[in-house]
Design a protein around this ligand. Structure first.
Ligand SMILES: Cc1cc2nc3c(=O)[nH]c(=O)nc-3n(C[C@H](O)[C@H](O)[C@H](O)COP(=O)(O)OP(=O)(O)OC[C@H]3O[C@@H](n4cnc5c(N)ncnc54)[C@H](O)[C@@H]3O)c2cc1C
Length: 596
């Protein structure tokens, strides 16, 4: 089992050359977050993730969780202690509102922190991840009293949060949920029903668990229009605001899963002992879905990051293994000598397929994160709107393209290991097993693709996607004009953007006559956009690395490495974009003609 080393070189390069840290620091709330401070904070977080959280990953997977007879969940050895330190050092609070004791850093910095904690141990990272959703939504929509009661402790992490959407008949179809919320006459509600698959719905790491629960009030209209959102704390707060009486919410079982074995996935029963668990309405009745949408982009980006994080860790492990394992004789090596497998072209191809896509994902996701920051805080309304469009467009790409790649790249890691990848002892299998959930939760990747064609493509009549294609075409042009050995990357990016244009035009012209046609092509379309947006990141990285080398600014070896992966991406990854035009525009007739 290999250690996790936070990739601070690549993180720094991505932040300094592909993001706008100075622009963020110029925004009023982030004046203290100048680039030097940001890098210092991240270096400190990196040490913690490598030294404290990373070592928990393999053991906790093996040990798993225990549900006691009195319905408590015991987390694996080391989780409680590591979590207490995480809270003590304030890492959970980095990107939250200083008014409630947050660190007030940009979302972008929170996202980098999240990348590292997730690479270190995905199961462990799920507690802060769910808490983040539990903070964000009430921050926007809860009343001041609720905010004062819950947010400070959730921001420090002393109390954790959960998101309670799913029920057995209501998965992707959230509108089918039936959990009931009845007014109790004193301003509170009584919640009854059963939620399934609730991550960290019960555990022993925090002093209280604040469940956000979607439920229906007695006169609610059917479907998503009749959903309200409630705060349901595990322990009701006493007069001093401290955890007091136990609320009527019980973890009745935990799932046995293929991965994230140390993240409790709970069935929660509300109101087993009487008239219901005590819940407090957030905002107004029947507005729950609208409120959930305000945190959708950050939640989906956070899950997209899980793809990046595991792909990063898998890539590190594969490169390390390829430098240790000897098999076969590489071309040109002395006869009879076993070469390191890293000398074989196909192994190098696998390693670069991993690394080049990890770099592309990091660039896309950090861009997505800074778009959220600028959309929230830019002083100019037009800029805010423009960045909001970018965040909206990038989010399904980060989520679906990113988590699909998470599965593919962790699978390649197993391949690089050969048979040793398939046995549990090396830990390669764990990354693959862990990665497999990310395309499923927080809106399956199929649902993300529907979001892309159904909501994102129609933004400004296709103008948002077209603007993004134009931007990428401009970068491709800059590379082609610069000439030299980057011209090939420019050509492949230009060809990929043309492919994206062809599908966009087809979708806009034909896709909506029969919605099945657009839906049938939605997944290939999303992948195509992901691939070319990754190519755009590499193109910008290549231009920046070339300039930095010319100026003698930075580690030349590292910069040359980035140029090499950029060119590799152009030859080996970008061409797939063109092959996706046909499936994206084939329509749905064949799908319904075949017998299933
Ligand atoms: C480990 C784990 C942790 C989880 N954590 C949480 C949590 O903390 N809180 C929470 O509320 N939920 C959680 N979930 C639930 C998760 O969000 C759901 O599993 C997910 O939304 C999918 O719902 P489903 O399982 O019912 O699948 P279904 O909705 O039944 O989907 C099955 C398949 O049908 C496809 N499909 C469904 N509808 C459509 C459609 N309209 N068009 C095209 N394709 C469609 C899907 O893409 C999928 O491929 C978790 C699940 C797991 C396994």
């Amino acid at each position: 089992v290999s250690d996790y080393t936070p990739p601070l070189d690549d993180i720094r390069f991505t932040l300094d050359h592909l993001c706008d840290l100075d622009g963020l620091a110029a925004l009023e709330p982030f004046a203290h977050a100048d680039p030097d401070t940001v890098h210092e904070v991240l270096a400190e977080v990196a040490r913690f993730m490598a030294d404290v959280v990373g070592p928990l990953n393999a053991n906790s997977d093996e040990q798993g969780l225990e549900l006691t007879d009195d319905n408590r969940v015991i987390t694996p050895d080391g989780f409680k202690e590591a979590y207490a330190k995480y809270v003590e050092y304030g890492y959970g609070a980095i990107a939250f509102d200083p008014e409630y004791d947050g660190g007030g850093f940009p979302q972008l910095v929170g996202v980098v922190t999240q990348e590292m904690i997730t690479s270190a141990c995905l199961s462990f990272s799920m507690a802060p991840l769910l808490t983040q959703g539990g903070i964000e939504m009430p921050s926007e929509h809860a009343d001041d009293e609720q905010k004062a009661a819950y947010l400070p402790k959730m921001i420090t992490g002393e109390w954790s949060g959960t998101m309670n959407l799913t029920e057995s008949q209501a998965g992707s179809d959230v509108g089918a949920l039936t959990t009931r919320a009845v007014p109790a006459g004193d301003g509170s509600y009584r919640i009854t029903g059963t939620k399934i698959f609730i991550s960290f719905g019960e555990h022993d790491m925090a002093d209280n668990i604040v469940h956000l629960v979607l439920a229906r009030t007695p006169d609610a209209p059917p479907g998503t229009k009749g959903i309200s959102c409630f705060i349901v704390p595990k322990f009701l707060l006493d007069e001093d605001g401290d955890p007091g009486v136990r609320n009527d919410v019980t973890c009745v079982s935990i799932e046995h899963k293929m991965g994230i074995n140390a993240s409790p996935t709970c069935t929660l029963s509300f109101g087993d002992d009487g008239e219901g668990a005590v819940g407090y309405l957030i905002g107004e009745e029947n507005q729950g879905m609208r409120y959930m949408f305000t945190m959708m982009n950050t939640a989906r980006l956070a899950v997209g990051l899980q793809g990046l994080s595991l792909a990063e860790r898998a890539t590190q492990q594969a490169v390390e293994f390829a430098h240790e394992r000897r098999q076969g004789t590489a071309v040109g090596a002395p006869k009879g000598e076993q070469s390191l497998i890293v000398e074989h072209p196909d192994v190098r191809r696998m390693l670069l397929t991993m690394r080049a896509q990890v770099e592309a994902m990091r660039g896309v996701m950090y861009h997505n994160a800074q778009a959220i920051d600028f959309a929230r805080h830019h002083p100019d309304a037009d800029e805010r709107r423009r960045w909001q469009e970018t965040a909206d467009l990038f989010t399904p790409l980060s989520k679906a393209w990113g988590t699909d790649l998470g599965c593919e790249i962790t699978s390649i890691n197993i391949q690089v290991h050969g048979g040793m990848g398939y046995v549990e002892e090396t830990g390669a299998a764990q990354h693959f097993r862990d990665a497999r959930i990310a395309p499923i939760y927080e809106g399956t990747n199929g649902i993300q693709a529907m979001d892309l064609v159904g909501r994102k493509l129609p933004m400004r009549g296709g103008g948002v996607i077209t603007d993004h294609l134009d931007t990428m075409a401009g970068t491709a042009e800059a590379l082609t004009t610069a000439g030299g050995d980057l011209a090939g990357l420019g050509e492949m990016l230009a060809a990929g953007v043309d492919a994206g244009r062809e599908v966009t035009t087809w979708m806009l012209e034909n896709g909506f006559e029969d919605p099945n046609d657009a839906l049938a092509g939605s997944v290939p379309f999303l992948r195509l956009l992901g691939i070319i947006t990754g190519g755009w990141i590499h193109a910008r990285a290549a231009l920046a690395a070339t300039a930095a080398i010319a100026e003698g600014d930075g580690d030349t070896d590292f910069l040359k490495g980035r140029l090499a992966t950029a060119r590799f991406y152009g030859d080996h990854i970008l061409p797939e974009a063109q092959s996706l035009v046909r499936p994206a525009t084939a329509g749905s007739a064949q799908l319904f003609a075949a017998n299933l």
